[in-house]
Design a protein around this ligand. Sequence first.
Ligand SMILES: C[S@@+](CC[C@H](N)C(=O)[O-])C[C@H]1O[C@@H](n2cnc3c(N)ncnc32)[C@H](O)[C@@H]1O
Length: 275
Amino acid sequence: MTAAADWTGKVGDTWAREWQRTEQSFVDLEQALARAILSVTPTSGQFLDLGCGVGTTAAGIAAARPDATVTGIDLSPALVATAQARHTAANLRFVAGDALGGSVDQPLDLIFSRHGVMFFADPVAAFTHLRARCSAGAPLVFSCFRARRHNAWAAELGAATGQPIDDDRAYTPGPFAFADRDFVADLLARAGWQGASAATVDFDYVAGTGADDAAALADALAFFTRIGPAAAAIRACSDHARAELLERIGTRLARYARHGRVAMPASAWIWTARA
Ligand SMILES: C[S@@+](CC[C@H](N)C(=O)[O-])C[C@H]1O[C@@H](n2cnc3c(N)ncnc32)[C@H](O)[C@@H]1O
C-alpha cells in the first residue's frame, strides 16, 4: 500500500531523487497518454495534472495548448520543486498540495494524470469531489497499471521477493489499486463521471539503461532497490540475505537486457470520461 501520507515524505523524496529513472521507465507510456489527453483537450481553459510528479505530462500539454493554463499539483514538495526547476512555461505552474484541497482555480476544463489517481483513501468520494470542480462535459484522462500478470516487471519482482503475483480485489491505495477495469468503471459511474471507457496500452517499462547490457542491468538493480515493489523487501534484508535477493532479481532482469536497455513488458489502462 502507498497512501497519500507516504508521498508527502519519504516516498516522494525518493521519487524526486530518482526522477530521471522514473521518467525513463514511463517514456513509452507518456507518448500514448499524451496522445489520448490531446485527443480530448480543449484549446483553452483551466487544466489540472493530478499527481504531476516532476511535471513531464503537464509541460507537454501546456506546450500543445498555449492558450490554456495548466496547473500541476502533487503531494510531494520535493517532486514539485523538481517540476518547477525543470519547466518554466508562462502558462504552467506547479503547486505542492492535495488535489482534493483548495489550491486550484476552478472550474476545471480538463483533469489528467499519469498514474496519480490510485492513492485516494476513498476513491468514490475523491472522484465525486473532482467532478464537482469541473465545468460541464470537462474531460478526465488518466493512466494506471493493469494487473501484475500483465506487467512482467512487477511479476518478476514479485516472484523474486516471494510476494503474490496478482492483486486481490479489495481496494488498497497503491500502484495496482485500479488494475480491475470493472472496479474503476463502477467507481467512476458512482462518482457521476459519464461515458467512461478504458483503452489498453502495452509498453516497454525501461528499468535501466547503460553503455552495455551489464551497465543497464546495474542501473535497473539500482532503480528497483530504491523504487517499486521490491525496494522495501530489499531494505528489510540482512546484508547476506540482501545479496542473495539482489542476485535473484538480477538473474530475472538479465533476461530483458538487450542493446544497453532493460526493457520489461508493461501494460496500463488509459481511462477517459466526462464530467
Ligand atoms: C506514481 S506517482 C506518478 C507521478 C507522475 N505523474 C509520473 O508519472 O511520474 C503518483 C503521484 O501522485 C501524487 N498524488 C497522489 N495522491 C495525490 C493527491 N491527492 N493530490 C496530489 N497528488 C497526489 C503523489 O504524490 C505522486 O507523486
